[in-house]
Design a protein around this ligand. Structure first.
Ligand SMILES: O=C(O)CCC(=O)C(=O)O
Length: 296
C-alpha cells in the first residue's frame, strides 16, 4: 500500500494534526530542494568512494558488515556539514512548528545511514522512543539522500500503531537483532495494522511519531547503496535527554568514540549558526525513560 502524500495539506494546521493523530506519520513529496539533497548525496558518495565501498564490498559472506571500514567511513562522513544541515532545513522545521503549535527544536544527533546490498543488518520493527529515551511529542524525520525506490530499502511504516502507546519490546539477541537475508522479522509487530512503504524520491521526507512502529527495508539492488538521513525533533518546552545533542555513535555504539562537536565542526565556516545551536536555547533536560523489555 502506498504512503499518503500530505503535501496538499501542508499549510492546513488542523488537517495536518488530524492526519498525524490518525496515522502517526506524514509524508511530504519534494519538501526539500532537490539541489540540496543532490549536493549532500555527492559529498557522501565521494566519501564512499574514498573508502572504496564500490570496489571492495563491505558486506561479509554471512551478511554482516565490515565494521572497521564502516566506522572509518562514518567518522569522515559525519563531519559533512550538509549531512547535519539537511534534516534541519527550514521546510522541515516549519511543518513541525505548525504541528506542535510552538517552536520545534531538532536534535543535533543526526543519523546518516549507508545501507549496502546484501547486508542482513537492517533495523527490525521498533518504536523510536527506545532510541530517543523519551516519547513526549518527539518525532523523527527520515529522508532518502537521492531517489530511493522501495527495493533499495526504503523505510516501512505501520500507520496508526502509535495509538497503542509505549509497548513492551523484546530484547533481541545478537542473532535476532537484524533481518535475516530472507527478510523475516524477529521482533513482533502489533497485530491489526498493515505495513506500508513506497518509492521515495529526492526531496521527499517522511515524518513519524516516536511511538509509530517502523522498520528499515533490505537493499536488494546490487552495486547500489541506500543513503538516508534521520533526525528527531521535539517542541521546545518538552523534556530533552542529553543524548539528543550528542554525536551519533552508530547503530553498534562504537563509532565516533572520543570525538566531540569541535572535531565535527573543524571544516565548517567559523561563524556557522548551526554550530552548538541548542546552547542558545532555554531547554529542560530529563533522564531517559526506563525502557522495559518483555524478555529481559
Ligand atoms: O533507515 C532505516 O533503515 C531505519 C531507520 C529507523 O528505524 C529510524 O530512523 O528510526
Amino acid at each position: 500500500m502506498p504512503l499518503i502524500d500530505s503535501s496538499p495539506i501542508r499549510q492546513d494546521t488542523e488537517a495536518l494534526r488530524q492526519r498525524a493523530d490518525q496515522d502517526g506519520y506524514l509524508l511530504f513529496r519534494g519538501l526539500l530542494p532537490a539541489n540540496d539533497v543532490i549536493d549532500t548525496r555527492e559529498q557522501v558518495l565521494d566519501c564512499c568512494e574514498r573508502h572504496r565501498f564500490f570496489s571492495s564490498p563491505i558486506v561479509h559472506d554471512d551478511g554482516t558488515m565490515d565494521l572497521d571500514r564502516l566506522r572509518a567511513y562514518y567518522e569522515e562522513a559525519y563531519r559533512l556539514r550538509s549531512v547535519h544541515a539537511l534534516p534541519k532545513h527550514a521546510a522541515i522545521v516549519d511543518v513541525y512548528t505548525r504541528l506542535f503549535g510552538r517552536k520545534a527544536v531538532p536534535h543535533a544527533r543526526t543519523v546518516l545511514r549507508t545501507m549496502p546490498y546484501g547486508t542482513r543488518q537492517v533495523w527490525p520493527v521498533h518504536q523510536d522512543y527506545l532510541n530517543v529515551g523519551t516519547h513526549n511529542e518527539v518525532w523523527n524525520s527520515w529522508m532518502p539522500v537521492g531517489d530511493c525506490p522501495s527495493d533499495l530499502g526504503a523505510i516501512w511504516m505501520l500507520p496508526g500503531s502509535h495509538r497503542l502507546g509505549v509497548r513492551g519490546n523484546h530484547l533481541l539477541d545478537e542473532k535476532e537483532l537484524f533481518f535475516e537475508a530472507t527478510g523475516d522479522l524477529f521482533n513482533h509487530p502489533p497485530a491489526g495494522f498493515h505495513w506500508q512503504t513506497d518509492d521515495l524520491n529526492t526531496g521527499d521526507v517522511i515524518m513519524f511519531n516516536s511511538l509509530t512502529f517502523h522498520r528499515g527495508g533490505p537493499n536488494q539492488r546490487p552495486d547500489e547503496f541506500r543513503i538516508s538521513i534521520d533526525n528527531c525533533i521535539q517542541p521546545i518546552d518538552t523534556d530533552f535527554i542529553a543524548g539528543a545533542f550528542e554525536l551519533h555513535t552508530g547503530d553498534f555504539g562504537k563509532f565516533n568514540q572520543g570525538v566531540g562537536w569541535d572535531q565535527i565542526y573543524e571544516e565548517w565556516p567559523e561563524a556557522d549558526p548551526l554550530k552548538y545551536y541548542w546552547q542558545q536555547l532555554d531547554l529542560n533536560f530529563a533522564d531517559s525513560i526506563a525502557v522495559e523489555f518483555e524478555n529481559a
